[in-house]
Design a protein around this ligand. Structure first.
Ligand SMILES: *Cc1c(COP(=O)(O)O)cnc(C)c1O
Length: 364
């Protein structure tokens, strides 16, 4: 079976270096906020050309702490996309604010900047664009609207480490960029992990304090915080993988090009890459009216496929119970019915891509 992502192949390729890095971290026994966490923070900040990066327990917490650090709380509204993983809006609810959903662009699956202004009220405090599947959201108009209305911009980069928009890496354009190192992400560790990056010293020190029980000086606590530190062993693993992230993203891009070439001209919508954007293909997601037939045929031929995401967030029970959401977000709803993601990881072989595309091309 060809899986959606094959971490065994990745580990086999990196085994020597990773085992050595983990062994060293075990010998050092500085397990909480140890030297690998600070080194990784410095390396990730440098990768993005920003002064600050703060490791967190996972990507959800990076978003949660970023919202808290930006002062978002009860009574506030936060604009985001309904076509994303639940965590993006879950954190808004967790700080006591209300998620306000804006429909997406059909070509990138990302928030449609042209539909944001109509949803801004006196309570709107922030926007969370998501760089879904590895394609950057359209940041220039988002930043313009945010400046005009004094909104914070928190980028959800969980699926897009290394993607660029007009030459800038995602996570560097808003007030905070939040990343997840969940094992299947394009930069993943071998457990949970996340990081927040920023150019703002105040936001960085606030996130640092919040991740460590609201404490900047040991045993002196100024806020109700969290236990949300990036694990030292995960940081050691990430330090092996970080120097290879651009190569890994390029391999994903080559696989995406091979997929597109093999399926061109067929009755499916292929993922697109907008001018000025570098897509890193965390997922390779097509749109088709024959989703179930294709998924069944792939299963029969020995390949996985997956639906990200079957239910947009404005139709999720959790939010229907909490908020008055009578919205018609038709692009998100159509995409939720038509999307199908195919296996995508750097080590995918041309033979596997041929098997998968032959199946898709032969289903009618
Ligand atoms: C994975 C993901 C998150 C959450 O990251 P975790 O590390 O799993 O907490 C948030 N947003 C998006 C878009 C994601 O894909």
């Amino acid at each position: 079976m060809i899986p959606m992502v094959d971490l065994k192949r990745q580990y086999a390729r990196l085994k020597n270096e990773i085992d050595q890095a983990v062994g060293q971290a075990l010998e050092q026994t500085q397990f909480i906020l140890g030297p690998n966490v600070s080194a990784l923070e410095a390396e990730i900040a440098a990768y993005h050309g920003l002064p600050y990066a703060v490791g967190c327990a996972n990507g959800t917490d990076a978003l949660l702490l970023a919202l808290r650090a930006c002062g978002i709380g009860p009574g506030d509204e936060v604009i985001t996309t309904p076509f994303t993983f639940i965590a993006t809006a879950e954190v808004v609810a967790l700080v006591g604010a209300k998620p306000v959903f804006v429909d997406i662009c059909p070509d990138t699956f990302n928030i449609d900047p042209g539909k944001i202004a109509a949803k801004i009220t006196s309570r709107t405090k922030a926007v969370i664009p998501v760089h879904l599947f590895g394609h950057p959201a359209d940041m220039d108009p988002i930043i313009d609207i945010a400046r005009k209305h004094h909104l914070k911009v928190i980028e959800d980069c969980a699926q897009a480490f290394g993607a660029t928009y007009q030459g800038q890496t995602v996570g560097t354009m808003g007030d905070v960029g939040c990343f997840s190192f969940f094992p299947s992400k394009n930069l993943g560790c071998y457990g949970d992990g996340g990081i927040a990056i920023t150019h703002d010293e105040e936001i960085a020190s606030k996130i640092k304090m919040l991740r460590n029980h609201g404490s900047a000086v040991r045993y002196y606590h100024s806020e109700v915080g969290y236990n949300s530190r990036l694990d030292e062993i995960q940081a050691a693993i990430l330090r092996v993988k970080l120097p290879q992230i651009d190569t890994a993203n390029d391999a994903r891009r080559e696989n995406a090009a091979a997929y597109c070439q093999a399926m061109a001209g067929k009755d499916i919508v292929l993922p697109s890459e907008r001018p000025g954007c570098k897509h890193v293909y965390h997922q390779f997601t097509i749109r088709t009216k024959n989703r179930q037939t294709i998924a069944d045929a792939l299963q029969g031929a020995g390949s996985a496929s997956a639906v990200y995401y079957p239910v947009p967030l404005h139709q999720q029970d959790v939010f229907l119970k909490m908020y008055d959401l009578k919205e018609n977000l038709s692009v998100s709803e159509t995409c939720a019915h038509e999307v199908l993601s195919l296996p995508m990881f750097p080590e995918l072989t041309p033979e596997e891509i041929r098997l998968i595309t032959d199946v898709v091309n032969n289903v009618r």
